[in-house]
Design a protein around this ligand. Sequence first.
Ligand SMILES: Cc1cc2nc3c(=O)[nH]c(=O)nc-3n(C[C@H](O)[C@H](O)[C@H](O)COP(=O)(O)O)c2cc1C
Length: 245
Amino acid sequence: MSKITGVGDKFQKETKYHREQMPRHYLDWSKKPSPFKDHENPLSIIQLPEPKFNVTNIWEIILNRRSRRNYNSQNPLNFNTLSNLLWATQGTTENIGEVNLRTTPSAGGLYPIETYLNVRQVENLPPGIYHFRPQFFDLEFLKNGDQSRSLSQAALHQKMVELAQITFIWTAIAERSKWKYLQRAYRYIYLDAGHIAQNLYLSAEALGLGVCGIGAFIDDEVAEIVGVDETEEIVVYLASVGWKT
Ligand SMILES: Cc1cc2nc3c(=O)[nH]c(=O)nc-3n(C[C@H](O)[C@H](O)[C@H](O)COP(=O)(O)O)c2cc1C
């Protein structure tokens, strides 16, 4: 048995399930958190076009996927490509009762992850911060002006954020999962984010784009850039996306 020395070790230990001692708490369905977030006063709302699919070989895509940190800044991303990426990561695909199932799995179907975008170079979309709403397949425009430099600085000065056409910023509203899974929810939140990011990697590869997942960032600075209150919504993961060089 390894030593329990730090907060991560304690977390792992204290959130284990034990057959004889499973957590039993009452699920108050009337208090089930909504899996959707809206902002009160977005600058505007931009409807996304339907995603378009061309035939690609999934095995080839898996084989070729790499983390890519250099991007070609000559051409902007087009709106249809952006729409495909958002759909692949968090698009809704089927309704079962009240739940909108999505392209990526989520523990308990609770969907704690929210998607924000730093847009630097997308056709017909002013640079700035956007929030994706899967339920309407649209973008809320939240902050006007390119944030690539400050986001790159927040990501420990990683240059790819400044070169990328867009950077995904995934946050989590932990309460959505904690409602059911209590402290174990954090395990599932990170796993959910991994599924989402992998869909981004693969869909981007299919579209000729490169992606790099980014786990190294100053949490408070990224939260400030996207405008989230960290007592309610935590920053989980980033990913830069741009044309391959
Ligand atoms: C959770 C996670 C966090 C990562 N964070 C960073 C990062 O901050 N900076 C970076 O350059 N790469 C980051 N990466 C990319 C890894 O370095 C990369 O996946 C690894 O070197 C394997 O290369 P591959 O993805 O091309 O197979 C991250 C990957 C994951 C899964």
